[in-house]
Design a protein around this ligand. Structure first.
Ligand code: PRP
Ligand code: MN
Ligand code: MG
Length: 182
């Protein structure tokens, strides 16, 4: 039960690969937002690891805020119904905002979030995601910063959960089929 490895099929992206990719993304973000007062908006709970490591990789001073939304509940499929569990503390009108996500799967969560935050009149609104699943997209979203495009498999670790478990794996792995009844 407490052996995280038992529920995994394989390591998809190692911690070293994540670190190297975050360094690349951070360099681009530092360059693109030079001289600006960037607000990072992390999407709880999945984005906590990406946010923590990306923010510490940046050289620029940034501020951070968090929004909690959920569309998955306890299952492995997106319900498409997005709920706000915690809103931002910050008024983002006139701010340069970068949404930080762990994964874009169907795109439904982010598409809804872009509409919601966009209506608050930020000066700019972009997205940084560590992972994206091109084959699972139900809506097309323009994402400026993408770490890795991955196959349409259920992935866990580095913030990503299966029924709230396995978020604390330090790498990205794929879930063993026996875990979700495959
Ligand atoms: C996951 C993930 C993204 C979203 C992506 O969050 O962290 O936020 O789903 O899926 P989509 O592109 O199909 O909408 P989840 O709703 O599981 O909440 P969590 O971050 O608390 O795990
Ligand atoms: Mn999430
Ligand atoms: Mg989840």
């Amino acid at each position: 039960q407490n052996d995280m490895g038992a529920d995994l099929a394989k390591v998809l992206i190692s911690k070293d690969e994540i670190d190297a990719k975050l360094l690349e993304l951070a360099e681009r973000i530092d360059r693109d937002y030079a001289g600006k007062d960037l607000l990072l908006v992390g999407v709880l709970k999945g984005a906590v690891m990406v946010m923590a490591d990306l923010a510490r990789t940046l050289h620029s001073q940034v501020t951070m805020d968090w929004m909690a939304v959920s569309s998955y509940g306890m299952g492995t499929k997106s319900s498409g119904v997005v709920r706000i569990l915690k809103d931002l503390d910050t008024d983002i009108a006139g701010r340069d905002v970068l949404i930080v996500e762990d994964i874009i799967d169907s795109g439904l969560t982010l598409s809804w979030l872009l509409g919601n935050l966009g209506s608050r009149r930020p000066a700019s609104l972009e997205v940084c995601t560590l992972l994206r699943k091109p084959d699972a997209a139900k809506v097309e979203i323009d994402v400026k910063y993408v770490g890795f495009d991955i196959p349409n498999e259920f992935v866990v670790g580095y913030g990503l959960d299966y029924a709230e478990k396995l978020r604390n794996l330090p790498f990205i792995g794929t879930l063993a089929p026996h875990v979700y009844g495959g």
